[in-house]
Design a binder for this molecule. Structure first.
Ligand code: FAD
Ligand code: SF4
Length: 348
């Protein structure tokens, strides 16, 4: 019987789980496959965050600080699990890390392996990966982290910037029918950032529906009313290069007519998918996945942070697309569930 918890994934969810276990005085090991902690927002240098437009790197830094130098918490980067045997209360986990292979024992495991961005090359009509000035929202986060927004092809400041929502989400042709939940709000924030950096820029958002759900609806109004971002309900069918610009062809579904307009930079709101790391851990631990490939909890109503496999707990964007505040809350929740599980097994 081991009283330690293994946490797989050092993004917002895994960091919150690790810090919460340290707060509870439970021994834990946090394993992250990348060289740095911080998850996807760190790896892709996100710019300003939904909902309050605070800079991502300084806003999320306290999550990393909370796990540093904590008693009873070991943090391993550049490492990932390669084999798991045993059962709840006494899992034997083989890890591959920079110092080679090692085996450790864990009484419980928290899976916080997060997501990957949809690869926009899979939707060929937009020319991502072919035309340098067609970028996705992940590229745009990095570009907006720079003091000035420049388009990739020639380093010029783009005057006409367009966003296309629902790329790789809500689309049967690419095989993802779910809504990625964050991209409408993220695009509103990115559009506001474009206008903040260059107030004379013309910014358009092409949408099917706007899903700035819950309290995020204010971003939709702020983008329009305070920053002059224009929203066009319609579908873009094609992007083609013409005379140093991108010609965007589509149909305005409110005005019921075709459009063909030039842009300097087009941004694809590519959605969230379960990543390779999640698939790998699901196979190692024999975890159930829902039809879109995200991890499935034992019961989404009564045990949303527990896997069907005893002793395994789940948190974050490996369960479904979500914002980082939900991922952090789930990480803390999974930590409590794992600690309670170990205590009940120890008869305390
Ligand atoms: C373009 C974009 C912009 C966004 N902007 C915002 C925003 O403004 N505000 C906001 O709140 N949210 C935003 N989000 C959502 C936010 O990124 C997620 O909610 C958050 O990253 C989820 O945290 P996580 O820890 O669950 O997953 P992740 O951040 O993906 O972290 C998971 C970690 O697990 C690691 N990992 C995976 N597999 C393994 C393995 N097998 N072994 C070891 N380690 C592994 C990964 O390397 C990664 O570091 C945005 C998302 C997108 C797509
Ligand atoms: S959040 Fe918006 S852009 Fe993203 S999939 Fe849902 S409707 Fe489309």
């Amino acid at each position: 019987m081991s009283e330690a918890v293994l946490i797989i994934g050092g993004g917002p969810a895994g960091l919150a789980a690790a810090a919460s276990l340290a707060d509870l005085g439970v021994e834990a090991v946090l394993v992250e496959k990348e060289p740095e902690l911080g998850g996807t927002p760190k790896k892709y240098a996100y710019s300003k965050l939904v909902p309050d437009l605070r800079p991502a790197q300084e806003t999320l830094a306290p999550l990393v600080q909370r796990v540093q130098g904590r008693e009873g918490l070991r943090v391993l980067t550049d490492a990932r699990p390669t084999a798991v045997s045993g059962k709840a209360g006494d899992f034997k986990v083989r890890l591959a890390g920079p110092a080679g292979e090692e085996e450790l024992s864990a009484g419980a495991i928290i899976v916080a392996t997060g997501f990957e961005h949809f690869d926009a090359r899979r939707d060929t009509k937009y020319g991502y990966g072919i035309y340098p000035d067609v970028v996705d929202i992940r590229d745009m986060e990095r570009m907006l982290s720079e003091p000035q927004l420049k388009r990739p092809s020639d380093g010029q400041v783009p005057q006409r910037v367009g966003f296309i929502l629902c790329v790789g989400s809500r689309d049967r042709m690419v095989g993802n029918t779910y809504c990625s939940r964050v991209c409408c709000s993220v695009c509103c924030v990115q559009a506001i950032e474009v206008k903040e950096k260059n107030p004379s820029a013309e910014v358009y958002i092409f949408y099917m529906d706007i899903r700035t759900y819950g309290l995020l609806e204010n971003l939709y109004w702020e983008a329009q009313e305070e920053h002059g971002v224009l929203f066009v309900k319609g579908r873009v069918g094609e992007i083609l290069p013409r005379d140093g610009q991108l010609m965007v062809k589509g149909e305005d579904t409110l005005l019921r007519g075709p459009f063909e307009v030039p842009f300097d930079l087009m941004v694809l709101a590519s959605g969230m998918e379960p990543g390779e790391g999640t698939v790998q851990v699901a196979e190692l631990l024999n975890l159930a996945r829902e039809p879109n490939g995200f991890l499935a909890p034992r019961d989404s109503h009564t045990a949303p942070l527990e896997a069907a496999v005893e002793g395994v707990f789940l948190a974050g964007a490996d369960l479904a697309p979500k914002f980082s505040d939900d991922a952090v809350a789930e990480g803390a929740g999974a930590a409590v569930r794992a600690a309670a599980f170990l205590r009940s097994r120890a008869g305390r």
